[in-house]
Design a protein around this ligand. Sequence first.
Ligand code: QV4
Ligand code: CA
Length: 383
Amino acid sequence: MKLLLLFVCIGLSSAQFNPNTRAGRTTIVHLFEWRWDDIAAECERFLGPNGFGGVQVSPVNDHIVLNDPWRPWWQRYQPISYKLCSRSGNEQQFRDMVTRCNNVGVYIYVDAIINHMCGQGGGTGTHSSCGSYFNAGARDFPSVPYSNWDFNDGKCRTGSGEIENYNDAYQVRDCRLVGLLDLALEKDYVRGKIADFLNNLINIGVAGFRLDAAKHMWPGDIKAITDRLNNLNTRWFPGGTRPFIFQEVIDLGGEGISFNEYTGIGRVTEFKYGARLGNIIRKWNGEKLSYVRNWGEGWGFMSSNRALVFVDNHDNQRGHGAGGASILTFWDARLYKMGVGFMLAHPYGFARIMSSFRWNRNFVNGKVRLSFCLKLITQLLPP
Ligand code: QV4
Ligand code: CA
């Protein structure tokens, strides 16, 4: 009996590393900013027939709506409540997508923002994607509800209340990341609200979660939340299946926080993968393809069965977050295809590919880039 219990426990705890994809399906695709109706059609028309394992979708929940710049993609990383509406679609459309994708064996992974709510300068009103009232200054989010008791303002010890030094693990976890109101995740009440949000998605039929900004949450708090999650919906998954968890931790080395602190909870994004692969394919620093002979752990990456790998992500393809200049993106189409091909062929880690959109690089946050202005002026000047 004791042995049986031990096996059950091991089974339960190890399952969060398993992406839950169907047999033979080894890759998911991030359909960044896609609409739920379009993803449903894509699952049936292309992803299912071509053997894709699943889709990482953009944040599903209620978020702030910004005017300056006008409706930027990153407004979706500023939650207002856990209702399900955004420009990708409403709750009914989300449910319909999950059902239709699951039915063709393509599973849905939700980008979950649970470290924070909107920016402290988010103002007050009903400018949220679901039209919910909130007051960022007063830390009041009645649609959850959260109040000023539920945030880390009293705990953070930097003068500004912001993360000032990434070598101080306390700041990174307890202070605000770019002004985003930091949730007090040690509180049972807050953990409960987050677990309810994620369990609602599990019951609808999703297969797992990307945990946004995991580096900014204490591993013990994340564990307490994932321990409260339901098993997956048995309409599509075997009884007792745990949700797949992959945590966004940017560890390129040299900071106070290491990926190691998170690999016990679920998989972790291996950011070194894309950065180093970019160096090789661009032939920077005299690097050669033959160097990949011991690609993976031999390069100081985390163990293969803990890694979520990608060539680029939605941040580092457009200069957000960390990553470095070497990252390959669709702007270098030939090199990018080589990088993605290499990743799909190589057995290290669980792979995610990127489906993004093109944008005008002469504008930044709605404003014309200075270098573009200067170029225009020199072109207009007489020779
Ligand atoms: C601004 C100032 C701050 C100031 C604040 C005052 O920059 O110094 O304190 O105003 O209110 C946007 C703006 C940012 C603004 C902030 C709050 O870009 O300038 O702060 O909003 O109003 C995305 C974008 C961010 C965006 C954020 C929220 O990338 O630019 O911030 O959404 O809308 C680190 C982390 C890592 C993180 C990465 C970007 O370790 O976890 O930075 N990556 C994830 C997501 C990413 C997302 C977040 C985390 C936040 O992949 O897309 O940030 O949810 O490396
Ligand atoms: Ca935090």
